[in-house]
Design a protein around this ligand. Structure first.
Ligand code: URA
Length: 450
């Protein structure tokens, strides 16, 4: 077997065997196959695709390239969740404490973000004292004791994915369904949970721009999880505008706390509750969505979910005083307010009007505005400014008036703030009439739907 022949085989559109895929993944991970050959192979996959079986084989080879976590020391059905990523997505911080307060063990390994905002681990680091790295035995003990632990991904979890993702990132081969599915599922399978609930985002702020593509990604990942013997469900949810009101690391922690106290923005709460309900079903703690929904409502309204968040933060060394009084969190020093007038003035047909509806949003651009402020990474070594971000006061479908605030941008550099504000304003489209469908959840895909 040689790499040149395998690149050629995929370039011609043929199906690769298990041995051939394993040869490529093993060879690249141990340095025998150089970057330029793997890059050519990835581009061949980008154009020719992989069938379900090839994608599942690629996933397993990547999962097996490093350590596979053994969570058998944790009692009960362990359920993991994963989002394909978007702007303002802080659902893990909401769903984790909800599930744990209902007795479901959540042993989560999370990544850092590359792109517009940080990942869950970056956000948690906004809580003074919080430790994102704990020993494996403490991790397991903590989940047995309080049902929740969230730590950073170890370097040895699916190292093949780490190497391949870095190459995809610089060779325009990220947005391919097979490669995304294999990348996500290799890490989820290696992380050892019994059941997996996936949040597949669709829209202008997501990898998948159309429902058709999101459905295909969801089906591929559910098929891989099922083949690997893990109960896997995918929720397809909207990412055509930021999720909730906050974009930016500390701002998102504050918003997650508000959600756990029962004061969450409605679209963010909707998707968090749907994910929590499907996790409860997978954990066999509830047997219908109605029953699960009541359980979720109860732990939020009784304060149990917020108490669990405090217990979890304390267990990992964080100062819970910040959760009790979010005013204590570090804030960026400069503010820029975006008003209705700013938006109306920037859009030619609305210049002379004093109101309009927020019609559409290029959500990727909102993410870019947050990144310019310093809230996201331009390269994997960039240092995040956890204090910056955007707080939305209006959402798609809302009527906006000249004097109203649409958003507040938080920054520490006047030039960046100016650039981010411009980018934010350009991201929106207005309309004269109200005609907006505010759909949050599009579809649920499970084994029975394959
Ligand atoms: N998230 C991942 O972990 N991998 C991808 O390829 C895309 C999103």
């Amino acid at each position: 077997m040689n790499t040149y022949d395998l690149i050629m085989k995929k370039r011609e559109g043929s199906v690769l065997t298990r041995e051939e895929i394993n040869y490529l993944v093993d060879g690249f991970t141990n340095g025998q196959i150089p970057d330029y050959q793997m890059a050519a192979f990835l581009m061949a996959v980008f154009f020719r695709g992989m069938n379900y079986e090839e994608t599942a084989t690629l996933t397993m080879a990547m999962a097996d390239s490093g350590e596979c976590l053994d969570l058998s020391g944790i009692e009960g059905i362990k359920v993991d969740k994963h989002s394909t990523g978007g702007v303002g997505d802080k659902t893990s911080l909401i769903v984790g404490p909800i599930l744990a307060s209902l007795g479901v063990p959540v042993a989560k390994m999370s990544g850092r973000g590359l792109g517009h905002t940080g990942g869950t681990i970056d956000k948690l680091e906004g809580i003074p004292g919080f430790r994102t790295s704990i020993s494996k035995s403490d991790f397991i003990k903590q989940v047995n004791r309080i049902k929740l632990a969230i730590v950073g991904q170890t370097a040895n979890l699916a190292p093949a994915d780490k190497k391949i993702y870095a190459l995809r990132d610089v060779t325009a081969t990220v947005d391919n369904i097979s490669l995304i599915a294999a990348s996500i599922m290799s890490k989820k399978l290696a992380a050892g949970a019994d059941a997996i609930v996936l949040d597949v985002k669709v829209g202008t702020g997501a990898f998948m721009k159309t429902l058709e593509d999101a459905r295909e990604l969801a089906r591929t990942m559910v098929a891989i999880g099922t083949m690997a013997g893990r109960n896997t469900t995918a929720v397809i949810s909207d990412m055509n505008e930021p999720l909730g009101n906050a974009v930016g690391n500390i701002l998102e922690i504050e918003e997650a706390i508000e959600c756990l106290k029962g004061n969450g923005e409605k679209r963010l709460m909707k998707v968090s509750k749907v994910l929590a309900c499907h996790m409860l079903l997978a954990a066999q703690k509830a047997y219908s969505i109605d029953e699960a929904d009541k359980m979720v409502e109860e732990v939020i309204s009784s304060g149990r979910a917020f108490e669990k968040m405090k217990e979890f933060v304390a267990a990992q060394g964080g100062d819970t005083g910040y959760l009790e009084n979010t005013e204590r969190f570090n804030k960026a020093t400069l503010l820029a307010v975006v008003t209705g007038k700013d938006l109306l003035q920037a859009k030619e047909p609305f210049k002379k009007q004093n109101q309009a509806y927020l019609f559409a949003c290029n959500n990727q651009e909102i993410g870019m505005a947050s990144m310019i402020l310093g809230g996201g990474r331009q390269t994997k070594d960039s240092k995040l400014d956890l204090t910056v971000g955007i707080c939305l006061k209006k959402h798609l479908g809302d009527l906006i008036k000249e004097q109203e605030e649409i958003a507040v941008l938080y920054g520490n550099d006047v030039h960046k703030l100016k650039e981010a504000k411009k980018r934010f304003i350009n991201a929106y489209t207005l309309s004269e009439k109200e005609h907006f469908s505010n759909k949050m959840i599009y579809e649920i895909i499970a084994k029975k739907d394959l």
